[in-house]
Ligand binder design. Sequence first.
Ligand SMILES: [Zn+2]
Length: 145
Amino acid sequence: MRLSCEVIRDLLPLYYDKVCSKESSLLIEEHLAECTQCVEELEKLKMSLEKPTISDEKIKVVENISAKWKRDKRASFLKGSMLVSALAAIICFITYNVIGAKILPDGTLVEPFALIPIGYLFVFVFIISLICNFVFLKKHKINTK
Ligand SMILES: [Zn+2]
């Protein structure tokens, strides 16, 4: 008994899900042995049904986004620490200039609130974060190339 391709194609989903009768399966297999077009149709069916809900591509996109987000977070942290330390250093030096310092007759510098060492500390932090930022951005550029 030879069935038309149309009939076979109607039965293919049932055949694929193995819910059709044994007799139908045999008929379909018989047809598939001779008809490459219906084999292709079955392949298409398999492809569409076996496609996972989240494709590998989508997972990759999400991974890329989260990686980028992590990088951005780190970059903004570095930029933030750079900015804050620069600002703090500036504030320290301005405050120092406003308050002023006394130099005692014996040559020792007396300044309130230890603004100079703190100011230099912030300058140091600023330089460190500047270097980190520079290195990070360089790496980042290489990664995205
Ligand atoms: Zn066919």
